[in-house]
Design a protein around this ligand. Structure first.
Ligand code: URP
Ligand code: ZN
Ligand code: ZN
Ligand code: ZN
Length: 476
């Protein structure tokens, strides 16, 4: 046989093109795109459906240690299973450095957590919480050279946040070594002051989570992060951007020629602060994430920014905690104060179907933008392109055949994560993955999970071109 598998009658889309072809696959790699390919050991008829590069989720948290007695509901087993069923073929979760821990230890610990469990390929971002001289001068450069070429830093959360000078130091290492820094931008002191004031007034319900983290705290921190990036002269990615004022800062930076990238997530398109519930609504904890969902007007601005190119990537920020039980959202009691609830919501499986249905099918973004935001740009941002993120000869056969035109409603019973709810319950979708293929192997077909927990491989990442500083115009 010429091919292990031929996908026939595929209506392919990449970030730039649309074409009809048969796709020939050998050893998990695309080796031919053409008409009337022959000699496949196996054939799949796409029947003219969209065939897109598998999704890459560049922001998801699996089995990440926490400090407060909560446990993330998804490890690499259930997390990658859920991802695959939703059309995602690569995930990039986070190896968290605890304060006082070496980065190397954090990476080794996280490899142990992933070992033998992933059904799809994965890479790691680092989370740098303790940038000692040893970390900055030795560990970070060594780890970047080994393929950990992106890391996240926090401007909020006591156990994670960096001081301004530490942020500048970390950005300088990223510039020197060619790594991409992801910034969680919220002003910690604004949030702690507001939180104390709300608690003193007895305002402890989940809904006050949103009031304790207003847009201005995000706007200020976004501006500050951009300022440090300009100072050091290095590109950065502002992650999980929630609405207008932060987007204005990103647009302002981009308009001034700075390489500032933006990421947004489904929660800022499909949820609002009202989903945090009323005065005594414990279920509101299900939508507690940071930054919090805003309002309908902000949702529209986020859609517009996706359409106009202000955002480069669309990720889930899957941070899974169960509603019931003693180690999830209610770990500190059955009516917890909002500031004691684990931050984060699940979404690794619903990310693509939601954006395809409400973005592409409703005409807000086109099919090429969908591929760019959910796959190609993510691969480029983190040094996985062109092996991942496109349909091309030589690329991995990470492919999704999409079913469109039907109608269904998101229901947690249909999902494959380990979380006992989805914040997107009841939302209508009219596009979902029919078949997900990871390096040529079918891992999801017609509603059946067909993956195996040890088929996914760790992917060392190259230094991303998107992380390089802009050349000065005089030198061009
Ligand atoms: O609330 C959130 N987003 N939790 C996940 C961790 C993070 O900051 O991305
Ligand atoms: Zn040392
Ligand atoms: Zn974050
Ligand atoms: Zn996150």
């Amino acid at each position: 046989a010429n091919f292990d598998c031929i996908i026939r009658n595929a209506r392919c889309a990449t970030a730039s093109d649309v074409f009809e072809a048969d796709i020939g696959i050998v050893d998990g790699i695309i080796t031919a795109l053409g008409k009337k390919l022959s000699g496949g050991e196996k054939e799949i008829d796409a029947g003219g459906r969209w065939v897109l590069p598998g999704g890459i989720d560049g922001h998801c948290h699996f089995d990440q240690p926490t400090e407060d007695g909560t446990v993330m509901a998804d490890d690499f087993l259930s997390g990658t299973r859920s991802a695959a069923c939703g059309g995602t073929t690569t995930v990039i979760p986070f190896a968290l450095q605890r304060k006082g821990q070496s980065l190397r230890e954090a990476v080794e610990d996280y490899h142990r957590r992933a070992e033998g469990k992933a059904t799809i390929d994965y890479a790691f971002h680092l989370i740098v919480t303790d940038p000692t001289p040893h970390v900055l001068d030795e560990e970070l450069p060594a780890l970047i050279a080994e393929g950990y070429t992106s890391f996240k830093i926090y401007m909020t959360y006591d156990e994670l946040k960096l001081a301004d000078r530490q942020i500048i130091d970390v950005l300088a290492v990223a510039r020197e070594e060619g790594a991409l820094v992801m910034v969680h931008a919220e002003n910690a002191d604004c949030i702690s002051w507001l939180t104390e004031r709300l608690l003193r007034a007895g305002k402890t319900a989940p809904r006050y989570h949103a009031e304790s983290r207003p847009m201005l705290a995000e706007r200020e921190a976004t501006h500050r992060a951009i300022t440090f990036a300009e100072l050091v002269d290095v590109p950065i990615l502002i992650v999980h951007v929630s609405g207008r004022e932060a987007i204005e800062q990103i647009r302002w930076a981009q308009g001034n020629g700075l390489r500032i990238y933006g990421e947004t997530c489904p929660q800022y398109l499909f949820l609002t602060a009202e989903d945090l519930g009323g005065e005594d609504d414990v279920e509101g904890v299900k939508c507690i994430c940071s930054p919090p969902p805003r309002d309908k007007a902000n949702q529209k601005v986020v859609w517009d920014a996706l359409e106009s190119g202000a955002f480069h990537v669309f990720s889930s920020d899957h941070a899974p905690f169960r509603f019931s039980g003693h180690d999830g959202k209610l770990a500190t009691g059955s009516a917890p104060s909002f500031d004691k609830v684990a931050n984060g919501i699940p979404g690794v499986e619903t990310r693509l179907g939601l954006l395809f249905s409400h973005g592409v099918e409703k005409g807000r973004i086109d099919i090429n933008q969908f591929v760019a935001l959910t796959s190609t740009n993510v691969a480029k941002m983190y040094g996985l392109y062109p092996r991942k993120g496109t349909i091309a000869i030589g690329a991995d056969a990470d492919l999704v055949i999409w079913e469109t035109g039907g109608q269904k409603v998101i229901n947690n019973n249909d999902l494959h994560h380990n979380v006992d709810y989805t914040p997107y319950e009841g939302i209508e979708i009219n596009a979902w993955p029919l078949i997900t293929m990871s390096r040529g192997r079918v891992v999801w077909r017609d509603g059946q999970y067909l993956g195996q927990p040890d088929l996914g491989e760790f992917l060392p990442c190259a230094r991303p071109a998107m992380a390089t500083p802009k050349p000065f115009w005089e030198e061009r």
